[in-house]
Ligand binder design. Structure first.
Ligand code: 9MR
Length: 387
């Protein structure tokens, strides 16, 4: 009996020692990201594509404890035609996520100029009623399951204006944001309500977001958090993220990174185009897209097919992405007390909106073969040494 117990104890101790000593990079064996970064929650954008692949589901369950539907909760998906609702995919995703005992679900998004059905904003006498009915229907459907919502997405202007000139401002006026938050709070008083945008590290956009949320708070509008999307890249200056966090902390609202990925590090797109003899003159759409990429809003290369990266190019990209993650998480570490959740806009490099036949990024901590990348180990090391 005594020997038996000893043996069991010995085996358990050996197992613990083995798991602690795991030195490989198998994503299914390395320390879960959510354990490393706790109490910050770690999220991922997932969707139907995730549920079609066991490894994706396993990767999610091991490393993440928050999820966002990448597309299927957006208005064009849930209510393409007025009054006709489709919740099949987001219901499946939500069931899967909540089947993980420690995971929560974010809602994305209720009001946005993109992926927005035209009926919502075609009549200025009906726009507020329609907005309200859409918000009520979607939030009621997910009440008790989705704990927070990106109520308004990307409403701030990238240029000199305050709000983006969109179908929402044109049809409903400047106050559509306040109304959306008021309706959302009426629909589900327990839900946490976020304003979500990209490029909030940009000083001008940061200040507009600060003023927007400050004004809402002063007017008693129920806004509880700022979502910094975090579509970053390898060349940007991460001290701008630090400065935005410091500024937003003054507001006392929750702060989440809602769509983190780090683009770039591959061959330069302009020189690539030149090499391929397909450059476009200044002032065309290409230049606009390059400007948007600087904001982190767009990383395409205009649809040109790029050749497969060489091993050397991949290693170069990997080292730049690792370094960028190190810089980003150094900032996160400094502000860790005020960061609620960090959601990656995908799970692993085998699927990202940044990747297609014409653009090759490696934006995450796990690669396409479910291996933890150097960036994962850089974050882990940084976090283990945080004291
Ligand atoms: O990742 C999403 C991609 O699959 C869609 O085609 C695209 C449509 O606009 O939206 C992407 O997600 C966006 C998110 O909803 C809001 N912020 C920017 C994200 C990347 O474009």
């Amino acid at each position: 009996m005594k020997t038996g117990k000893l043996l069991i104890f010995g085996a358990a101790a050996l197992l613990t020692a083995c798991s602690a000593a795991y030195e490989g990079n198998d994503a299914f064996q390395v320390t879960p990201l959510k354990d490393i970064l706790a109490p910050i929650r770690v999220g991922a954008a997932i969707d139907n594509w995730t549920l079609q692949n066991e490894q994706n589901m396993e990767l999610f369950s091991r490393h993440f404890n928050s999820a966002t539907c990448e597309n299927s909760m957006k208005p064009i998906e849930t209510e393409r035609n007025e009054g006709e609702f489709t919740f099949d995919t987001p219901d499946k995703v939500t069931d899967f996520v909540l089947g993980n005992k420690d995971a929560v679900m974010r809602g994305h998004c209720l009001i946005w100029h993109s992926q927005c059905p035209s009926w919502l904003t075609e009549d200025s006498t009906l726009v507020f009623q329609r907005m309200k009915e859409h918000i009520f229907a979607v939030m009621n459907h997910y009440k008790g399951k989705v704990y927070c919502w990106d109520v308004v997405n990307e409403a701030i202007d990238d240029g000199p204006g305050f709000l983006r000139n969109s179908q929402w401002t044109r049809c409903a006026g400047q106050h559509f944001i306040d109304s959306a938050f008021v309706y959302a709070h009426q629909a589900d008083p327990d839900a946490l309500l976020f304003y979500n945008d990209y490029g909030l590290n940009n000083p001008q956009k940061r200040e507009k977001c600060y003023q927007l949320v400050k004004g809402m708070l002063e007017r008693g509008i129920p806004v509880h958090g700022i979502g910094m999307q975090g579509h970053y890249n390898v060349t940007m200056d991460y001290s701008t993220v630090d400065e935005s966090l410091t500024r937003f902390e003054e507001l006392g609202v929750l702060i989440q990174f809602t769509e983190l990925d780090i683009a770039g590090g591959g061959p330069d797109r302009r020189s690539m185009r030149r090499q391929m003899g397909q450059d476009r003159p200044n002032g065309t759409q290409g230049q606009q897209q390059d400007q948007m990429a600087a904001f982190g809003g767009y990383s395409g290369n205009g649809g040109l097919q790029m050749p497969e990266l060489t091993d050397e190019q991949k290693m170069h990209q990997d080292s730049l992405v690792t370094e960028a993650y190190r810089k980003f998480f150094t900032v996160v570490k400094k502000h860790r007390k005020s960061i609620h959740t960090i959601t990656f806009w995908g799970l692993s490099d085998n699927y990202s909106w940044l990747n297609s036949r014409s653009r090759q990024n490696a934006p995450f901590l796990f690669d396409g073969e479910y291996k933890a990348k150097n960036a994962y180990f850089a974050v882990r090391e940084l976090w283990n040494n945080r004291k």
